[in-house]
Design a protein around this ligand. Structure first.
Ligand code: HOZ
Length: 428
């Protein structure tokens, strides 16, 4: 019989699962205390196993843009489950989803569905290396592209949260093929390309990083990296696992009008079920097996439940005013907190774009990992705890984003802002 309190579950979990969790940030390791265990969630609310409810801004780290257990998504999953959950053979759903993705995401002419964002980024760099016949990958400090060997160097998300700069188990020979530069610094990219001559296959970047907390590209940066990569025959890969379908149907590339060669997607396109995708120019994508020689495969790739949930989610995102409403609520939260910080002279920076935001406990702005890591994580931890006590659930790390959903109401946002200001007041 399983114990019913979060504390008891966490102590049992620690005997059975490394750190008691299946993904490190969830363990609350960086904010202290122990995580609550979830019983259920509906709309913008999440309940723990002890019956306590929270307004949820984790949203499964992005996919739940319609809120939890959105009725049309649940119904679509149930209808599909009756017809079968995995076939190992193609379905019309994959064609429907490919049509939607290629119509919405401007640079994607052809797409391959996989089962996670990590799989998407790993596959995209294999493809980039094969296409360019080069080996080196350039990435940015504080950006996170999943846990593939090539990406675990000064990465964001869990590595940033746990203070790890890389991971044992990644052979030095692999690590040597990854060059890490600061985000928002086109000169650093130019220098990296100069230093590695003709051996750079790709520059992979989150166009709006959300895994060191939310950081905005400075004006002109995305255009500059596009030009630099194109002029050196280097593929530009946008990791839009978070920003895809979140900053708008066309993701960050449509928002900023800068087109990468390859795009990685995940999260929202699976409507809360495991999914990932990589896609882009046809001449590159046609190198993927069985069309071309670059091997990549998966039993659950294009899984019918995930395709159905994603299609239903995107259909609802297409309703008028959806993104405007999400952005309005994002702005209310960000500007309200900024005003309070100014009023009280709190050293706080709030970065926000559309429905993603991060309050950083540092003054003076955050435009790179060097800025983000100056944040007072002790203060963030106390803020996080105070918010939980007030019924608001933020990701348990300074280096993650807050995610709004269409299920958050004006009242939720108002209550959250009040709670955030009260919580911040206790930590300064
Ligand atoms: N690396 C993920 C967030 N950026 C963590 C996901 C999770 O723990 O669910």
């Amino acid at each position: 019989m399983t114990a019913a309190t979060s504390t008891a579950l966490f102590s049992e979990a620690q005997e059975l699962l490394p750190g008691g969790v299946n993904s490190p940030v969830r363990s609350f390791a960086s904010v202290g205390g122990s995580p609550f265990f979830v019983e259920r969630a509906s709309g913008a609310t999440i309940w723990d196993v002890e019956g306590k409810s929270y307004i949820d801004y984790v949203g499964s780290y992005g996919p739940m843009i319609l809120g939890h257990a959105a009725a049309p998504v649940v119904a679509a999953i149930a209808r599909q489950a009756e017809k079968g959950t995995s076939f190992g053979a193609p379905t019309a759903l994959e064609v429907d989803m490919a049509r939607v993705v290629t119509a919405c995401v401007p640079s994607v002419a052809m797409v391959r569905f996989v089962s996670s964002g990590t799989e998407a980024t790993m596959s995209a760099i294999r493809l980039a290396r094969a296409f360019t016949k080069r080996r080196v990958i350039v990435k940015c400090e504080g950006c996170y592209h999943g846990h593939g060997d090539a990406f675990l160097s000064r990465a964001g998300s869990g590595l940033a949260t746990l203070g790890l700069s890389s991971s044992p188990g990644v052979p030095e020979a692999f690590a040597a093929l990854t060059v890490t530069i600061p985000f928002n610094d086109a000169a650093a990219l130019r220098a990296a390309l100069d230093a590695h001559g003709d051996d750079v296959a790709a520059f992979i970047v989150e166009p709006v990083p959300a895994n060191m907390g939310v950081v905005l590209p400075r004006s002109g940066y995305l255009e500059e990296i596009r030009e630099l990569t194109a002029s050196r025959g280097v593929l530009l890969i946008f990791d839009e696992v978070i920003s895809g379908f979140r900053l708008g149907l066309g993701g960050a590339q449509a928002h900023f009008g800068v087109m990468p060669d390859l795009t990685c997607l995940g999260k929202i396109i699976g409507g809360g079920l495991p999914v990932g995708a990589y896609g882009g120019r046809k001449d590159i994508m046609q190198m993927v097996a069985p069309c071309g020689p670059v091997y990549q495969a998966g039993t659950l790739s294009g899984n019918p439940l995930a395709m159905r949930a994603g299609l239903e989610t995107i259909a609802h995102l297409k309703l008028p005013e959806t993104y405007e409403r999400l952005a309005t609520f994002g702005e209310i939260l960000a500007s309200g907190l900024r005003e309070a910080a100014t009023r009280h002279s709190w050293p706080l920076t709030v970065n926000q774009l559309g429905s993603i935001a991060t309050p950083f406990f540092v003054a003076g702005g955050v435009a790179s990992w060097d800025d983000a890591r100056r944040a007072d994580t002790g203060r963030f931890s106390r803020f996080h705890r105070e918010l939980l006590n007030r019924g608001v659930f933020l990701a348990p790390s300074q280096f993650e984003a807050m995610f709004l959903s269409t299920a958050h109401s004006a009242l939720d946002v108002e209550a959250t802002l009040r709670a955030m200001i009260a919580a911040a007041a206790t930590v300064f």
